[in-house]
Design a protein around this ligand. Structure first.
Ligand code: GDP
Length: 196
């Protein structure tokens, strides 16, 4: 239970507010409304650790949560919300790029995608920024409960194949916050990133 009993540490709105590196970080990113907050809450076994957005795109903060293993779970702002002004959108993109490319204690990325719409252009952008570091990326195809078994299997296989373009350190699984499926698989993948 890697993510259980995570505790809130700090929220930041600008890169210059980043806390000094203190423990290994695993970041969660995803398109706005993909299901990131729900996934974090499901993993943490908490109903509202991460704020499930009523207004997509409004959570423009980076939230830091301390895990019991000593590592840190970092909730990055959701991207791709169309109704955010272009200027603001560019600022968030810059914050994400800077964090993903420069954060020295960031050991891996969990990328949340809606299983009905995987690998949007901005998801690909996140992979382009982070994968060259050689650090692992684990993709959660969430809302898997909305697919039939065969659709889910097809989506998983197709996404896995497409992700190979970003190298060997990228993995993918199905996930559902509603059905609480896939939790153990995430923990199995991410635990070695955080624990020596
Ligand atoms: P975020 O913007 O990525 O943080 O997305 P949220 O976690 O706020 O979820 C967006 C919407 O999708 C909400 O209405 C959630 O209830 C719904 N949702 C999230 N995860 C799941 C899931 O696994 N299954 C289903 N059916 N709905 C989900």
């Amino acid at each position: 239970s890697l993510f259980r009993h995570a505790t809130f540490e700090i929220s930041i709105a600008e890169p210059k507010g980043l806390p000094a590196p203190n423990g290994r970080e695993v970041a969660f990113a995803g398109r706005s409304n993909a299901g990131k907050s729900s996934a974090i809450n499901t993993l943490a076994g908490h109903t509202r650790l991460a704020f499930v957005s009523k207004t997509p795109g409004r959570t423009q903060l980076i939230n830091f949560f301390r895990l019991r293993c000593g590592g840190v779970m970092v909730d990055l702002p959701g991207y791709g919300y169309a109704e955010v002004p272009e200027k603001i959108r560019r600022q968030w993109q810059r914050l994400l790029e800077q964090y993903l490319t420069e954060r020295e204690n960031l050991v891996g990325l969990v990328l949340i995608m809606d299983s009905r719409r995987p690998l949007t252009p901005l998801d690909r952008q996140m992979l382009d920024w982070f994968a060259p570091s050689g650090r692992p990326v684990h993709v959660l195809l969430t809302k898997a409960d909305k697919l039939t078994r065969s659709e889910a299997a097809k989506t998983l296989a197709a996404t896995r194949k497409a992700l190979a373009a970003w190298g060997d350190a990228v993995s993918v699984q199905l996930f559902s916050s509603l059905k609480k499926t896939g939790i153990e698989e995430v923990e199995r993948v991410v635990a070695p990133w955080l624990i020596d």
